[in-house]
Design a protein around this ligand. Structure first.
Ligand code: G6P
Length: 612
C-alpha cells in the first residue's frame, strides 16, 4: 500500500506534497514524511497522519522546489518515526519513497551489511536505496543506470521515487506491481500513486508500465526506459477526473458524501448503456469479448473485500438470468490453490481501485492458463483495467472513504447490466422480463434518493445500539450478500464485531449467540424467500434478540415482529441489493461516528491493498 507523491518545478514543493499526501491518505496512514531538496536533502517524517507531519514540520525550513512525500501502511517494520519514509542512502546524498514490498530484502541487506552498510530502520525500502548507492559507487554508473541495475536485483513489487542532492533538476521514478502516474505540467512534473494529487495541476498524465523507469528533468521531455535499458515512447493521456470529486462538499466525512452520491453514481454507471426501446444493453468495453463471455462454460469472479460481496450478487444475477455457471472466489485463495482454469473460462475481476495485489495476481494466473480476463474496475487506467482483455468501468467517481459504499452499488449495477446483456445474447431471458428489469433499473437512482430519506430514522436506531459488542446480519437470496456487506461495513469502521449469515444458516450456529443483548439486522424485503425469512425472525424473537428489519414499503408481517423497521421502496428482487444496502451503510456510519471512530480512515485498514 502506501501513497507516494513527488514534485519537480518552480513552485514551493512542500504545500503541493502535503496536499497530495492528504489525497493519498486513503492508501495508508501509519506514518508520513517528506524530503525536500534545497542545498542538500532534508527529511521530515514521523509516525501518524499527515496532520502529525504538518505539526512536526511546522517550525522547520521547508523551502525547495523539488521534493518527495510518502504516507505509509506498514508492512516491514512497525509504524514508528525511523521506519517512516523517505529513507536516505548511507551517505545521505539520495532519498527514496516506496510503495510495495521488496521480497528479497533480507538477503540484500545481509550482503550490503557485509560491505559496510549500516541501516537505521527495519524497512525493505532503506535496503533498496543503499543498494542503489552501492551499485552506483561500485559500478561507476549514472544515477538512472544505478537505479536500473539495482532494480534488476530486486524481487517483489515497487513504485519508487528517488531524488539526489547533486541533481536538483531530476526526479527518477520506477514501478513494478505498484501503480505510478507521471503528471506533465507547464514547466513542472509530478509523480504519484494515482492521479488525485496531480489533477489540480495538470490533466496530462502517463501511466507507467511495469519495469519502466522514468527520468524527469526540468526543461526536458519525459524520458522512459525499461530495466533492460530499452527506450519507450511515453503515451500521454488526458485525465477525466474532476477536482470537486476529491473534496467533501460540505459533508463531515467522505463516507457520508459517497453514500449520498449514490443516486448519481448509479446513474453514471448505467449512462448510455441501456436502450429501452430495443430492450438492449451496450457495454462498449466488452464488445469484442461478449460472444466469448456468452459462450463461456463457466465464469469465475475473483475479488476481495466489498468487491467480493458485489461478486456474490453478480453470481446470483448471472446464473439466474444468463444461466451460465458462476464461481465467486476470494482472489487471495484462488491464486494459491492450483485452481482448474481452462481456455473456455471467463474470469471477471471486480476491483474498485484496480490495484488490489491478490486480485491482480489471480488474473495473471488465469491469463497464463489462457482464460479470457475481464475487469470491472472503478479507477480508470488502473493496473487491473490495463491487464484485462476487456472490461466495463463502474464510473462511480473517486471513492475516498476507506469503507466502500458507492463503488459497491456501482459494481452491482454494472454486473446487473452484464448479466442482462449475456442473458439477452444467450436467449435465456424473456423479452418482457428484460424490459421490466431494465425499466426498474433505470428507476433505481430515484429510489436510492428515496431510500436515503431513512437517514434520520437509521441515526435514531444507531443511537440505541452504538454500544453493542456484537451484531448479526441475516439475509437470503439476493439479500445474503447485502447482509455480508452490512456486517463488513460495521466492523470496518466501528470496530464492533459483526457477522453476516444466510438467514437459514443461523440455526446451524449463530443462533447460540442470541440473547437480549444481541442486535440482529434482518434484510427481509418482499420475495427472496420472504416467508422463510419471517420464520427466521420468529426464531430470533423467541430468544429475545433485538430485531432491526429492512423491509419493503408497506410491509406488515416482518415489521410486526421487529423492534425497529426500516422501509425501502419496492423494486424487482434482483435489484434489491442496490436499495437494501443503503440503510446498512448509514447504520454503520452513524454508529461509528457516535463511537468517536475515524470513519474515513479506520484503524489498520487501507483503501487499496497493493500487498499480499
Ligand atoms: C480493501 C478496502 C475495501 C475493498 C478491498 C478490495 O480492503 O478497504 O474497501 O473492498 O480492499 O479493494 P478493491 O479496490 O479491489 O475493490
Amino acid at each position: 500500500m502506501c501513497g507516494i507523491v513527488a514534485y519537480l518545478g518552480k513552485k514551493e514543493a512542500y504545500p503541493i506534497l502535503i496536499k497530495g499526501l492528504r489525497r493519498l491518505e486513503y492508501r495508508g496512514y501509519d506514518s508520513a514524511g517528506v524530503c525536500l531538496l534545497n542545498h542538500g536533502l532534508k527529511v521530515y517524517k514521523c509516525k501518524g497522519k499527515v496532520d502529525d507531519l504538518e505539526h512536526f514540520a511546522a517550525s522547520m525550513d521547508k523551502s525547495g522546489s523539488v521534493g518527495i512525500g510518502h504516507t505509509r501502511w506498514a508492512t516491514h517494520g512497525e509504524p514508528n518515526d525511523a521506519n517512516a519514509h523517505p529513507h536516505y542512502s548511507g551517505n545521505e546524498e539520495l532519498a527514496i519513497i516506496h510503495n510495495g514490498i521488496i521480497e528479497n530484502y533480507d538477503t540484500l541487506r545481509e550482503e550490503l551489511r557485509m560491505r559496510g552498510h549500516v541501516f537505521k530502520s527495519d524497512t525493505d525500502t532503506e535496503v533498496l536505496i543503499h543498494l542503489i548507492e552501492d551499485v552506483k559507487k561500485n559500478e561507476d554508473l549514472t544515477l538512472v543506470d544505478a537505479v536500473r541495475v539495482a532494480l534488476t536485483q530486486v524481487v517483489g513489487a515497487y513504485a519508487i521515487v528517488i531524488i539526489a542532492k547533486d541533481h536538483p533538476d531530476l526526479l527518477i521514478g520506477a514501478k513494478k506491481g505498484s501503480p505510478m502516474v507521471v503528471g506533465i505540467g507547464d514547466g513542472e512534473f509530478f509523480l504519484a500513486s494515482d492521479a488525485t494529487p496531480i489533477v489540480e495541476h495538470t490533466k496530462n498524465v502517463v501511466y507507467l508500465e511495469d519495469e519502466e523507469i522514468v527520468e524527469l528533468r526540468l526543461g526536458e521531455k519525459v524520458r522512459i526506459r525499461n530495466i533492460k535499458n530499452e527506450y519507450k515512447t511515453p503515451y500521454i493521456q488526458e485525465l477525466e477526473m474532476h477536482l470537486e470529486e476529491l473534496e467533501k462538499g460540505g459533508f463531515p466525512h467522505f463516507m457520508l458524501k459517497e453514500i449520498f452520491e449514490q443516486p448519481r453514481s448509479i446513474a453514471d454507471s448505467m449512462r448510455g448503456r441501456i436502450h429501452l426501446e430495443s430492450g438492449k444493453v451496450t457495454l462498449g468495453g466488452i464488445i469484442d469479448y461478449e460472444q466469448k463471455m456468452a459462450n463461456a462454460k463457466r465464469i469465475i469472479i475473483v475479488a476481495c473485500g466489498t468487491s467480493w460481496h458485489a461478486g456474490l450478487v453478480g453470481e446470483y444475477l448471472i446464473e439466474d438470468l444468463a444461466r451460465i455457471p458462476v464461481e465467486v472466489e476470494y482472489a487471495s485463495e484462488f491464486r494459491y490453490r492450483n485452481p482448474i482454469i481452462t481456455e473456455e473460462d471467463v474470469v471477471i475481476a471486480i476491483s474498485q481501485s484496480g490495484e488490489t495485489a491478490d486480485t491482480l495476481a489471480a488474473l495473471e494466473l488465469a491469463k497464463s492458463k489462457g482464460a479470457t480476463i475481464i475487469g470491472v474496475c472503478n479507477v480508470v487506467g488502473s493496473s487491473i483495467s490495463r491487464i484485462t482483455d476487456a472490461g466495463s468501468y463502474t464510473h462511480a467517481g473517486p471513492e475516498i472513504g476507506v469503507a466502500s459504499t458507492k463503488a459497491f452499488t456501482a459494481q452491482v449495477t454494472v454486473l446487473t447490466l452484464m448479466a442482462l446483456h449475456l442473458a439477452q445474447k444467450r436467449g435465456t431471458i424473456a423479452h418482457s422480463r428484460l424490459q421490466r428489469l431494465l425499466t426498474s433499473l433505470q428507476q433505481i437512482p430515484e429510489l436510492v434518493e428515496e431510500t436515503l430519506k431513512t437517514d434520520a430514522l437509521v441515526q435514531h436506531i444507531a443511537e440505541q445500539y452504538k454500544d453493542a459488542r456484537n451484531f448479526l446480519y441475516l439475509g437470503r437470496g439476493y439479500n445474503f450478500p447485502v447482509a455480508l456487506e452490512g456486517a463488513l461495513k460495521l466492523k470496518e469502521i466501528s470496530y464492533i464485531h459483526a457477522e453476516g449469515y444466510p438467514a437459514a444458516e443461523m440455526k446451524h450456529g449463530p443462533i447460540a449467540l442470541i440473547d437480549a443483548e444481541m442486535p440482529v439486522v434482518v434484510v427481509a424485503t418482499k420475495k427472496g424467500n420472504y416467508e422463510k425469512v419471517v420464520s427466521n425472525i420468529q426464531e430470533v424473537k423467541a430468544r429475545k434478540g433485538k430485531i432491526i428489519v429492512v423491509v419493503t414499503k408497506g410491509d406488515t408481517v416482518a415489521s410486526g415482529l421487529a423492534d425497529h423497521v426500516i422501509e425501502v421502496p419496492n423494486t424487482e428482487e434482483e435489484l434489491m441489493p442496490l436499495l437494501a444496502s443503503i440503510p446498512l451503510q448509514l447504520l454503520s456510519y452513524h454508529i461509528a461516528v457516535m463511537r468517536g471512530c475515524n470513519v474515513d480512515q479506520p484503524r489498520n485498514l487501507a483503501k487499496s491493498v497493493t500487498v499480499e
